[in-house]
Design a protein around this ligand. Sequence first.
Ligand SMILES: *[C@@H]1O[C@H](CO)[C@@H](O)[C@H](O)[C@H]1NC(C)=O
Ligand SMILES: *[C@@H]1O[C@H](CO)[C@@H](O)[C@H](O)[C@H]1NC(C)=O
Length: 467
Amino acid sequence: MGSHWGFLIGLLGAVWMLRSGHSEQQPPETAAQRCFCQVSGYLDDCTCDVETIDKFNNYRLFPRLQKLLESDYFRYYKVNLKRPCPFWNDINQCGRRDCAVKPCQFDEVPDGIKSASYKYSEEANNLIEECEQAERLGAVDESLSEETQKAVLQWTKHDSSDNFCEADDIQSPDAEYVDLLLNPERYTGYKGPDAWKIWNVIYEENCFKPQAIKRPLNPLAAGQGKSEENTFYSWLEGLCVEKRAFYRLISGLHASINVHLSARYLLQDTWLEQKWGHNITEFQQRFDGILTKGEGPRRLKNLYFIYLIELRALSKVVPFFERPDFQLFTGNKVQDAENKMLLLEILHEIKSFPLHFDENSLFAGDKKEANKLKEEFRLHFRNISRIMDCVGCFKCRLWGKLQTQGLGTALKILFSEKLIANMPESGPSYEFHLTRQEIVSLFNAFGRISTSVKELENFRDLLQNIH
Ligand SMILES: *[C@@H]1O[C@H](CO)[C@@H](O)[C@H](O)[C@H]1NC(C)=O
Ligand SMILES: *[C@@H]1O[C@H](CO)[C@@H](O)[C@H](O)[C@H]1NC(C)=O
């Protein structure tokens, strides 16, 4: 892989190894240090440091993003939670109370959203509809200008070839709207072998890993030999940047989900009330450097990595959202306009972030090789989005699907050639298109990662008080 990237990573990797090797001889650290001391300064694989991200996210982005995600446009997500698992017979745990997802009643969802669930503005909707109809009839409506015909056909066709996710069949009668605010991601009690199976299948069969190399297992499972860990990490370091990035994205997503579950843990459960809050022990079991044999801090670093990837995608797609005909369409004109303003404000804030990840270092190299690799990357990721249909707990399935779709959308943006070729100074490109489904998942997924980064600050404070 070109550039000085590979070199930097190698260097950071070496420093990392040295550091973690030494940590055992040092005096006992505080609980906070054991989770966070290695999670500071510069991050591997990019030129950004943790402190800059924390400040930027926690004070500038997070509050505004929360407000945006509370709006009608972003809170209603249409999803099919009843798709069967394509890989094995799933025994789902839908009986568990905290796993239940309550779908919206039909009249709860604004008409504007329902009528345009896969579209994004009235005008464009009509165009797509006409075109789709024309296509079904075997002809394209000739009253549309040639240019428009092309663009619209591009959207409907190319959309799927660019996609990193299996499109959810939201036209299916099984698909329902879910109010994300009423079904928050939090601890559900779904854990143990069933939950591990999902992550294991993802890491073992879908992350480019040869069978002979063992990934350090969940810390809660039986202890693993140090040598296996070393084999795993030297293998990972030896991978090309893209495959390593893939692993780090998955690990970052996993870490983020676990931060949420630890931050919204079911602390008290009586017939009178349920209380949710921070469970420090749970957090430590997943992220403490010693309890996890060095894994925890790596996971947290990967959380920052996925943050930067999604941040970069958002900054890149700004022109699409700036198009005058783009609306966050719910049917309420005033509200819709205000939301669009808030959205653009957030996006400009993101654009102003000085240390963006450079996606050009991925899939650089030889064109043919790069394309092959990109295709592999895409297939693996699509597969992971299908595995989400195997998650036994509906609540976890909902958030799993939403977050993989959001990450898939971010990757689609980052690697879309249409966006690269056509977006810049020449003005917005009409060849690039995102569906409402993609937009809602993109921002909600980023909202989740942003919340995790913010939660780390809370955990850091909580851990400061114990040893
Ligand atoms: C916090 O998590 C730990 C480990 O998962 C669990 O044993 C403990 O009961 C939890 N604490 C509370 C107050 O629920
Ligand atoms: C997709 O996932 C299944 C289940 O883990 C696995 O058996 C299969 O090899 C995967 N395919 C690809 C292309 O990754």
